[in-house]
Design a protein around this ligand. Structure first.
Ligand code: MG
Length: 317
């Protein structure tokens, strides 16, 4: 007997359920980019296809960054070429600049994401720009993508704390989202890149965004589990009206052996919680967990997802 056959989780609907929460699956990009051992392109394509079969409707497929930055994703064009077009599944890709956008367009990408920083320190270290200069870098990328009728997601790093600067003021995040909105971004993802947020902080930031005129229907939350807060923080965002959640199948990207790779929230763990709260995600949890077990066999280590581990078949004595 497994947990699904037992009828768990028991569903106690949240006050505003039934409603849908969209999972923005980042495993093939944000998860795999942390893997040192280069996976075959065919495995990446199979991974994405299995995620689609498991019911994920947005799967961030790869990143058109220079291969020297992220060797694992050097086959971005080949991965895109191998995906079957789908009317029901979106395959956004990350692009750092105009060159990346041109490569993404040539590969047939239909939507993109750009990656900005809320803090000065991370803008300098990650983008080699100041906080103010980064918007000028994104401007032609977003403008061209919008002219091509692509939707553009704006990611923001360090929204809840920065490893060099410490706390990040809520107003700073509101300001950065406003810049991305003014550039033409169609939605936003707020990243707790070092995993330091707590639920009240998440709630306060979401309310500050809403009060500034940013609709929470355009906002996604991207939590890392460094301090064990990712699921609680994600649920806090849902409870104030966020309806898009970033997560990574099996918690990929949380390699315990790589210090720089802090754990992404595992998709299975958040789906389990959302289903118990009465939210529809469209995800078949058993099929997803099976996919994560398949991937963890390939990577040669256990899944980081607590739900994947708990759903291993067991006998009731
Ligand atoms: Mg992440």
């Amino acid at each position: 007997m497994n947990i699904a056959e037992l009828g768990l989780p028991m569903v106690i609907p949240a006050p505003d359920a039934p409603a849908r929460v969209t999972i923005w699956e980042v495993g093939p990009r944000d998860g795999l980019q942390n893997e040192a051992e280069i996976l075959p392109t065919a495995i990446k394509i199979e991974f994405i296809e299995r995620l689609a079969v498991a019911g994920l409707s947005i799967i961030e497929a790869t990143s058109f960054v220079p291969a020297r930055w992220v060797p694992q994703l050097a086959d971005a064009a080949e991965v895109m070429a191998g995906l079957s077009p789908s009317a029901s599944v979106r395959f956004p890709v990350l692009v750092p600049n105009e060159r990346g956008l041109n490569l993404a367009l040539a590969a047939g990408a239909q939507e993109i994401a750009v990656f900005g920083s809320v803090t000065e320190s991370f803008a300098r270290k990650n983008l080699n720009r100041t906080y103010d200069e980064q918007w000028a870098m994104f401007e032609p990328v977003v403008a061209k993508a919008r002219a091509e009728d692509m939707s553009v997601r704006g990611y923001l790093s360090m929204c809840f704390g920065d490893p060099w600067e410490g706390p990040v003021a809520l107003e700073r995040v509101v300001d950065a989202v406003g810049h991305l909105r003014d550039l033409g971004c169609t939605e936003f993802s707020l990243g707790d890149t070092i995993g330091v947020a707590t639920p009240g902080h998440v709630r306060a930031l979401m309310i500050a965004l809403r009060d500034s005129g940013i609709g929470l229907d355009l906002v996604g939350i991207h939590c890392h589990d460094t301090y064990g807060q990712a699921l609680a923080n994600t649920v806090a965002a849902i409870e104030v009206g966020v309806r898009t959640v970033d997560s990574s199948a099996g918690g990929l990207g949380g390699c315990p052996y790589a210090k720089s790779a802090t754990g992404n929230l595992a998709t299975e763990d958040v789906v389990y919680a959302l289903h118990g709260m009465g939210f529809d995600t469209g995800v078949d949890l058993s099929a997803l967990a099976e996919t994560s077990r398949w991937m963890s066999d390939i990577l040669g280590r256990p899944s980081q997802s607590r739900v994947v581990r708990a759903m291993q078949p067991y006998s009731v004595q």
